[in-house]
Write a protein that binds this ligand. Structure first.
Ligand code: EPU
Length: 418
């Protein structure tokens, strides 16, 4: 195992290019199950979760190659519909194969994901949707078993807005007989990226980007030709905060500002300077960081995946901030680690009350999940002294070479064996 060491206090400056989005590429890879033949994805980030999904597709019988950001998936000879516990337990997004396997084989056996560090994460909406489309569902020996010789369109009203739930039901219904309507569907840009790709494969999906998505079933899909994965808005947001917390000046290339309104609005409100330039965004700060309140919400609200990083920033703000988490009410494991670096944070129900302090000081810390690790890296960059972050594998699940990119931008950051 490795840990990351940071000697804080260096400005983050220069130019960084954002990689493809983790939460877009995983459903896109699952989509490749639906069309026999060889699909190609570009701008694929080099992440542990991407490799886990690749391994899962290989277990299912697909041929997967991945080099220099280009992934090919040949699903012609897929012959297996069982997603084993050993893989699903390491990545919840594995459940995204449930819909496509059921659509392609008329059945699937996918391990139920277990507990999660960021809170309870049921998948009842995925299962309810599949039942509406005509699948039988049983839970046996920790596995979800679907059985549906032919899925049929239907109206699926989600009780909560769910990103992978919406994606799973789009993936289930593109080849179903008749029309499917998803009500209270997730509007996240990653859902749009999936719908655009499926339409390129021959699907008939409309309404994506809104909370009513209509899918008219088609007989067959063709493989995906050269689809470029959208940029990662959470990676981009993490670099934005790296610049602000270090009084830096950073140009962030390949970043779609139109997908990041809630974060950009908050950063401007707290005193950061943000300018749109050709090909990306410039983010700088003169060190002034005002406090603000934040509530995480489904898109286009403030993303839960930026809550931990924002908590780090608010820890050094001038004044009191309240961060309220409505998506994963217990997603606050990073608060205890930030306190070890001098932050003043009190948890009250699903809110964190953060009283800004003069500065954070480096300390040994432990990452508990992906975004919590990012919040500790940001804290380390802004702190005085040396910060150690162990269990860094969490970071590698979702950030493409974060430490290498930050080093190029001026950070003193490196890895050591634990
Ligand atoms: N929910 C249910 N039932 C369901 C599904 C969800 O009650 O069947 C609840 C969840 O418990 C949660 C809320 O609905 O309270 C939203 O969960 P959602 O299903 O949208 O989350 P997800 O699809 O499992 C994706 C991202 C997460 C991101 C959330 C919220 C992927 C692969 N993962 O998860 O990303 O936090 O949406 O935006 O797309 C991350 O990248 O660090 C990460 C955790």
């Amino acid at each position: 195992m490795e840990k990351i060491i940071i000697e804080g206090g260096k400005k983050i400056e220069g130019e960084v290019t954002v990689s493809g989005a983790k939460n877009a590429v995983l459903p896109l890879m699952a989509a490749c199950i639906l069309a026999e033949g060889k699909s190609t994805l570009r701008n694929v980030p080099d992440l542990a979760d991407v490799r886990t999904m690749a391994k899962l597709l290989q277990i299912l019988g697909a041929e997967v190659e991945f080099e220099n950001g280009v992934m090919t998936i040949d699903s012609s000879n897929m012959n297996n519909w069982v997603a084993p516990y050993d893989l699903v337990k390491t990545m919840r997004a594995s459940v995204l194969v449930l819909g496509p396997l059921t659509a392609r084989f008329g059945r699937a056996r996918v391990s139920l994901p277990g507990g999660c560090a960021i809170g309870e994460r049921p998948i009842d909406q995925h299962l309810k949707g599949l039942e509406i489309l005509g699948s039988e569902i049983e839970i046996e020996e920790g596995y979800i078993e679907t059985n549906a010789p032919k899925l049929k369109g239907g109206i699926i009203p989600f009780d909560v807005s769910t990103v992978t739930g919406t994606e799973n039901l789009i993936l289930s219904s593109v080849l179903a007989e008749g029309e499917t309507m998803l009500l209270n569907a997730a509007c996240e840009p990653e859902v749009t990226d999936l719908a655009l790709a499926l339409n390129e494969m021959g699907a008939d999906i409309t309404g994506f980007g809104t909370d009513i998505i209509t899918i008219k079933g088609v007989g067959k899909l063709s493989p995906l030709v050269d689809y470029e994965v959208m940029p990662d808005r959470i990676e981009a947001g993490t670099y934005m905060i790296a610049s602000v917390i270090t009084k830096g000046d950073l140009f962030i290339r390949n970043c779609r500002f139109e997908n990041m309104g809630a974060l950009i609005g908050k950063l401007i409100e707290i005193g950061a300077h943000i300018k749109r330039e050709d090909g990306g965004l410039r983010v700088s700060s003169n060190g002034e960081i005002r406090s603000t309140d934040i509530t995480t919400l489904p898109y286009p609200g403030f993303p839960t995946d930026m809550q931990a990083q924002m908590m780090t920033l608010m820890s050094t703000a001038d004044g009191l901030s309240v961060l309220t988490e409505t998506i994963f009410p217990q997603r606050f494991l990073h608060a205890g680690e930030l306190r070890r670096m001098g932050a003043d944070i009190k948890l009250v129900g699903n809110s964190a009350v953060v009283r800004g302090v003069q500065g954070l000081s480096g300390a040994p810390t432990m990452a508990s999940d992906l975004r919590a690790s990012a919040s500790l890296v940001l804290a380390g960059l802004g702190a005085t002294g040396r910060t150690e972050i162990s269990r860094v594998y969490h970071l590698d699940r979702g950030y493409d070479k974060l430490d290498e990119k930050l080093e190029i931008l001026g950070a003193r950051i490196w890895r050591e064996k634990e």
